[in-house]
Design a protein around this ligand. Structure first.
Ligand code: UDP
Length: 239
């Protein structure tokens, strides 16, 4: 599946929901399983970069609604993503996978700073690179960051892991029985129809830069390995 000249390189987005198993904090069973599935693809030669979300700890916009200053709340959200990075790093290392965490907010004791060329070297050496602390800037989301990191580290594809759904649907399949499962859609369709794939900033960035993205369900065992290896599961989103 990968060849010597051009190994497959992908950016996997894991939302905070994936780490919390639907609740606040960490669900180690889920993180261990996802780590093992990532390890299986890395063993095949797939180069894997990961952006961790942090919604299982804090979302800045929600805290701001409860009276916190928005920017400070967003920094709390970014710090939450780093805890997810460290948990994933730990389970990956336990599974025998070499890893590096790089954060957009410098914290030398726990992670390297975000240095794109160094991240690329890690990937070339077969290390999984986990990006934390978002963009280091309030008012951004980890969805936007995953597009930016994928572009800067020359990933072939962005892989958006979702909880509760296995693909993009025309409406929410949990509440609308007429929802149609989509094999393929464009970023413009996703934006205009407000399909909830990613936030609009991230979708525009994908469209403007010709990013290829696959949206898939995280809960089905084996799906993470499958999508990392390049199996066509879920929904493909293109320009
Ligand atoms: N965040 C931010 N800037 C960034 C990335 C994240 O301010 O570049 C904050 C923001 O408050 C966000 C929180 O971190 O709500 C957690 O990230 P996100 O909501 O994207 O995580 P996910 O929804 O993927 O769990």
């Amino acid at each position: 599946m990968t060849d010597e000249n051009h190994p497959r390189r992908v950016l996997l987005k894991l939302s905070g929901e994936a780490f919390g198993g639907g609740s606040i904090g960490l669900d180690p069973t889920v993180v261990r399983r996802v780590a093992a599935e990532i390890g299986a693809a890395v063993a095949d030669g797939v180069q894997v970069a990961i952006v961790c979300g942090g919604g299982n700890f804090f979302r800045g916009a929600e805290l701001a609604q409860n009276g916190l200053d928005r920017a400070r709340a967003d920094y709390m959200g970014m710090l939450g993503t780093v805890m997810n990075c460290l948990a994933l790093q730990d389970f990956l290392e336990q599974a025998g996978v070499d890893t590096r965490v790089q954060t957009a907010i410098t914290m030398g004791q726990v992670a390297e700073p975000y240095i794109p060329l160094r991240a690329i070297r890690h990937l070339e050496k077969g290390r999984v690179v986990i990006f934390g602390a978002g963009a280091g800037m309030p008012y951004f989301s980890t969805d936007t960051v995953c597009v930016q990191r994928a572009l800067e580290t020359h990933c072939d594809e962005v892989l958006m892991g979702k909880n509760g759904v296995d693909a993009v649907y025309s409406a929410d399949p949990r509440t609308n029985p007429d929802a149609v499962r989509l094999e393929h859609l464009t970023y413009t369709e996703a934006i205009v129809q407000e399909l909830g794939v990613m936030d609009s900033t991230a979708l525009s960035m994908c469209r403007d830069n010709g990013v290829r993205m696959r949206v898939f369900g995280l809960e089905e065992p084996g799906n993470v390995t499958r999508v990392l290896r390049g199996e066509k599961i879920g929904t493909l989103v293109t320009e």
